[in-house]
Every structure is written in C-alpha cells, then in structure tokens.
Design a protein around this ligand. Structure first.
Ligand code: IVH
Length: 695
C-alpha cells in the first residue's frame, strides 16, 4: 500500500470512497447484524488510513466520512431546533376492546364500512429523534423536546453508526426521518456494570440510559455508549414517494435505515389481537425493551384525511402492555395536599423492584378506594407500574394481613394546615378548605407556576420552591419577580456594611453560589414576557391544562378580554368553544370570581407582560378567523371530518349559534340552529359551499 503522502488527488478520492464503503459495511455487520466481519485491529487500521488521507486532502472529506462519526466539540448547552412539523405523541389504550373502539372511530370519521389495514409496530421504549437530510446529506438532528421545539443533537446522532449520513440521489431533496433511539438490554447492563465499578451513577432502565447518553453535551460520551435506533416515521418531506406506511418502510430500508423486522400489516382485528399476544409472549426475549404495539392506518391518504387532534394523530394509537406487578408491604400511609387542595393518599412502601424500577411510593387514589379495598398500614399488597404513570397499589394479600391491623381512617382536617377537609356531594375527592393559607397548596401552585409548560423557570425546581417557601422567601408567584431586587448585591459583603445589608443573599445559601444565583435571576428576567397560553396555564385554574389554555388564547386573543368576560361572568362565548364543556366553564368562571386569584393576577402583571395571541392566519382562506357552527346531517363528509377541515383552514368551530358566529353550515334535516341563524341574520352555507372554501 502506498504511503498516504504519495497519493495523487484522484487516488485519494477513490480510496476515501472505498474506505467509507468498507467501514460502513463493517459497522453494519457489527451493529446491525451483530456479526463483526473485521477484527478490531483491521477496523482501526481502516479508520486510521481514512484519517491520514483526509488530513492531507481536507477538501475531499466526504459527507458520509467515517471520521464524522466521532463526537466533536463540547457544547455548553443544547441549541434549540424548531420542528417544521411538530413531533406528536400517541393516545394510549390498554385493551383490545379499546383498540376496536379506535378502529370503529377511524371508520366513523371516514364514513366507511370498508376494511382498513393497519401497520402494527412494536412500541420502542427509547426516545424519539428527528434527522433532517437536505439534498441527500444529513444536516441536523433533534430530540422531541416538547414536540414543537427540540434540542440540537446533530453531533450526538452522528455517533450512532446505524444512522446513514447520506441518502441516495433519488430520495426527496428535503427528508426528515424520525424514529426511536434506544439502548439494547445487554448494553444497558454492561453500562451499569461499568458504572458500578467506577462508582458512577446507575441508570434505572434502558430508556433512561439511552436518554442520558444521547442528551450529552459532549458527543464523545455519546460515542462511547452503545446506542441503536429504529426509524418509523417522517417529518418534513419535499416529495412523498410512498402511499402506505408499508412502502415507507421499504424506502427506509433501501436508504439504509434500520426498520424493525417485527413491523407487520394487520388486515383484521383478529390479526391485531394475535399479533399483540405474540409480541407479549416474545417481549421478554427481545434484545430491547418495548412497552406496547403502535397501530397506524396503513394508507397515507387516509392518514391525511384523518388528521390530528391537539397532540395526537387520529390515525394511530398505542396499545400498551399490561402493567408490571410486584408484592411488597405498606409501611405507612401519608396524605399529600395538591395545588387545588385535593388530599391524595400515598403509600410508603418497602422498596421493591417492579419491572426493573425501584418503587418506594405508590398512590392509593382516594378515600373511597382505600375503603373499598380496605388498604391498611402493615398490609402486603400488589403494586403495579404501567409505562410512565405513578405506581399504584391494586390489591391486598388478605392471607398475609397482620393480626393487629386496623382499618385506615381518612383525615377530615388538612394534615398540612389543620383547616377542615371537606368532600362535596358526588365528589370522590376530599379537599382542604385552607386555600392559599394552606402552605401545601401555596407551594404546589408555585411549583406548577414555574413548571415546564408554564413559566418554565430553570433553577426553581420542586426542592428549591419548598425551601424558599419554608424560609419565607417566596409566597406567591409575583414574589419570584422581586427576588433579585430583594436579594441585594451578589458581590461579597464587606464587614463594614454588614449592619446595613439586609438582602436575602441566595448566593450564600447551601448549594448556591454567585453564579447559580445570577443564572436564576437571568432565567426569571427572561420570563417577564410570556405567551398568553403559558400564562393562562400557569395560573393553575382547575381542569385547565395546556390544550385548554391554548383554546382560550385562540378565542380571546388578549388576557384582558378573557379576564373582562370572566369577571363579568359572561360565558356566552366560553361555552360555545369546542372543547370546553359546562363543568370546565364553571371552574374557569369560579377561578376569576375569587378575590385572591385576581390579586395574584394583578400583582403578577406588575412584572410580567402577557403577549397577545395572534391567531395563525391562513390568510388566503375565506374561513380564517371565522367562527363556524355545523348543523344537520352532512352528505359527503362526516361531522368530525368537516370540523377538522374547518379548523385546518383557520376557522373556530363552535357548538352553538350566537352573535359571535360567522357562518352556519347547514346539512340535511337541520333544526333549531338553522332557525337561530336566520333570526340573528347569520350567513348560512350549504355543504357544497363549505366544501368550496376548504379546497
Ligand atoms: S409513531 C405521529 N411509532 O412513542 C406518530 N412512535 O407515545 C408519532 N414510539 O413519541 C409516533 N415506537 O417516542 C411511533 N413504532 C413507533 C414507536 C413510537 C415508540 C414512541 C415515540 C413517541 C411515543 C408516542
């Protein structure tokens, strides 16, 4: 073999191509087929030669060069990547009956009695990624993040040898391939063994190990960990070259992505059920963790017609495996007080391993559940864990009950503040009546206020909130924004001025320093301007989650509008919003009816600017910004399909006709709503006229 220095340009180019192919083949044999075709020394020699040639001809370094697979520079924090198409999650079901309901729902939506094929895919218990290719070259990779914005893990992904760095010329010019990064069980055990030997932190399960390895600021660490991946869906695509999920898998395979060989098209519910049972049987023997089966409508055309709910597609669902169980003892029963004063009983357990995770607490749900199942302190019980949900106690082993045990008596006063804890009629939950004077409620509200989907203030974790509250530093949300001012200077105090320095000096607290205190203040300052949905969600109105907060923002546009209507108890608009029911409307109005809540809002707004919500306009659509109501039976579209089309074209869909309505779409046999539209002089549209608007 010629010395690298003696190679001509042409020879170098040719050899680099050969080396890339050889190394890719070796990687494939090693990582995909688990059957190395080269010795370590041979492999290293190839990589070495590749680097030597690249060093001499830097402009010949290939996009898919093997040298690009080792982690490069260390980053101080992850950059953000906004997903062009959100990365959604899936709805969960736990029984074949619910899968049947899902299939029926799909058919109803599409208004068809015809059979629909589903792709059944093992649900990999890892973390999802999105890999973007432009003109056939891998350009960036991201984690799911909150589904809208993820973290830039481009360099980390490159270290996973299964990920192709280039695509063939006939692949779409823009192609985002998405899938799951996971750690095989064997690699997880080996990593924990190594960490034990090195007295390092152990991972609770392969999923955490995969997440901890991929989300490494230093990609070299990622490179050392054995990560694998399966590809299963796509994001942005310039030209879709497949008509079914099945054909998509064929494409992925052709482009060199690993696709799970257990993915299978099912034609009937019986096939779905059989496949599920079979997967459950082989689950423990698979080299990687799966936690269920995902079903996707195979036809992409039908997927597109079905569209999406707020966070999940209508065309796919996850069928989870039954929970994993173990037996242990209840050492104590504690009562936790939540944000809305709800008292939740929690069992302190003798720690037990449930499906690979150490469990020492579990929920007992509520007072009635304890009574019904007669859970007592000292009982041996069955504990179960299903996916990410909080472990729960499901059953008592009565034959193991200690002789002297007594039934558990649920407290009627709040264990945190001593106020009466009462149960409204037809409510399963007992609540503390202490409101914000109850420290537990006040703390939980603060925790919610700073949580990820609310103000998202990094540095104010649960523990810090607890401590700051207990030490009188924080009482109500607005206090967060005066923290820096009250802190005093973070500069070291000169003895001379000690007597006049009355600041809080967070930087002098245990576990804090100048840098972390300043970081916290910066994080808080950053949130003095906040989006309307986040602000609404942060208030912690009972029943109002992120999705509802977004609906409110979309319909009221400014916080002042919302507050004015709510304070006037003006609910005409509120109750017509699709997705807000009577119970929720009642909770929202009640929230704004309480003086102390208004005080919290008023104080907050001294420091915080709430951005107005600008509705995303599909400006060329005649429906954008309009409020529409459907009535009567539509002929060509199902009601659900029509509704989602209207929303797609920028309309809000209301359930009843009011002065806020712009159009009423009238189908056959329309009744009172059509009449009301006529009375109010609101424009009515036929189904065909509507169809024209959403073309
Ligand atoms: S499809 C819109 N397919 O499950 C469809 N997801 O609960 C989005 N997952 O965030 C996902 N295996 O991390 C899909 N074969 C599979 C999957 C899968 C695992 C994960 C993924 C996703 C979560 C949804």
């Amino acid at each position: 073999m010629k010395d690298a220095k003696e190679l001509t340009r042409e020879e170098a180019e040719k050899e680099l191509a050969e080396l890339a192919a050889k190394i890719a083949k070796a990687d494939n044999a090693y990582y995909q087929n688990d059957a190395p075709d080269l010795t370590d020394a041979e492999y290293d020699a190839l990589k070495h030669r590749n680097s030597a040639i690249e060093a001499l001809f830097p402009d010949l370094v290939r996009a898919d060069s093997p040298s690009k697979r080792v982690g490069s520079a260390v980053q101080s924090k992850f950059n953000k990547i906004e997903h062009r198409f959100p990365m959604l999650s899936l709805g969960d079901v736990f029984s074949i009956e619910e899968v049947d309901d899902f299939v029926l729902g799909v058919k109803r939506f599409l208004n068809t009695a015809e059979n629909i094929d589903f792709m059944a895919e093992p649900k990999i218990d890892g973390l999802s990624f999105s890999a973007r290719y432009e003109n056939g070259v891998f350009v960036s990779g991201a984690t799911r993040g909150d589904g809208v914005v993820g973290e830039d893990i481009t360099e980390n992904l490159k270290t996973i040898k299964q990920l192709p760095l280039t695509l063939p010329v006939d692949a779409p010019k823009i192609m985002e391939v998405r899938g799951e990064v996971y750690m095989a069980k064997r690699d997880f055990l080996a990593l924990n063994e190594k960490n034990t030997a090195e007295k390092k932190k152990l991972f609770a399960n392969p999923r955490n190990a995969a997440a901890g390895s991929l989300r490494q600021l230093d990609p070299k660490v990622t490179a050392e960990r054995k990560l694998s991946l399966w590809a299963y869906t796509w994001g942005e695509v310039s030209e879709r070259q497949w008509q079914t999920q099945e054909q998509f898998f064929d494409k992925l395979k052709a482009w060199g992505f690993p696709t799970n060989p257990l993915n299978k098209v099912c034609h009937t519910l019986t096939e779905i059920e059989e496949n599920f049972k079979q997967m459950m049987n082989i689950r423990a023997d698979l080299p990687y963790d799966i936690d269920g089966i995902v079903y996707k409508v195979n036809s992409i055309e039908l997927q597109n017609r079905l569209g999406f709910l707020t966070r999940t597609p209508r065309w796919a669902i996850a069928h989870k495996f039954p929970a994993e169980q173990a037996i242990t003892r209840i050492n104590d029963i504690r009562i936790q007080v939540g944000r809305t004063g709800a008292l939740t009983p929690v069992a302190d357990l003798e720690p037990v391993n449930v499906g690979g995770v150490l469990v020492s607490h579990a929920t007992l749900h509520n007072e009635d559940e304890i009574k019904r199942k007669d859970f007592r302190i000292g009982d041996m019980v069955v504990v179960q864990r299903a996916g990410d949900v909080i472990p729960q106690v499901v059953e008592v082993k009565l034959d193991k009950r200690p002789a002297n045990s007594k039934p558990y008596e649920f407290p009627t006063v709040c264990p945190e503040c001593g106020a009466h804890a009462i149960r409204e009629e037809d409510e399963a939950i007992r609540r503390c009546t202490g409101g914000l004077t109850c420290p537990a409620q006040a703390k939980e509200r603060l925790k919610h206020f700073v949580s990820k989907d609310a103000f998202d203030i990094v540095g104010l974790g649960d523990k810090v909130i607890e401590e700051f509250f207990d030490d009188g530093i924080l009482h109500s949300p607005a206090d967060i924004f005066t923290l820096e001012e009250r802190n005093g200077s973070t500069a070291p105090m000169l003895d001379l001025f000690a007597a006049v320095d009355s600041g809080l000096h967070i930087e002098r607290r245990q576990g804090w320093g100048k840098l972390s205190a300043e970081k916290l203040f910066a994080a808080i300052k950053n949130r003095r301007q906040i989006s309307m949905p986040r602000f609404i969600y942060a208030l912690g109105i009972p029943q109002v989650g992120s999705a509802t907060a977004l609906l409110l923002a979309k319909n009221y546009n400014t916080f002042d509008n919302l507050q004015a209507d709510m304070c006037a108890r003006e609910t005409a608009k509120l109750v017509t919003i699709d997705g807000i029911g009577a119970e929720m409307a009642k909770d929202i109005v009640e929230f704004f009816g309480e003086e102390h809540n208004l005080k919290v809002i008023e104080n907050l707004r001294k420091y915080v600017t709430v951005e107005d919500y600008v509705n995303e306009e599909i400006t060329d659509s005649p429906l954008s910004g309009k409020t529409v109501v459907f009535t009567g039976t539509l002929e060509k579209l199902t009601r659900a399909e029509a509704k989602s089309l209207a929303q797609k074209f920028g309309a809000k869909v209301a359930g009843s006709v009011s002065n806020h309505t712009d159009y009423v779409i009238v189908g056959a046999n329309a009744g009172s709503k059509a009449k009301k539209a006529a009375e109010l002089g609101i424009k009515t549209l036929s189904e065909d006229e509507f169809a024209e608007m959403v073309k």
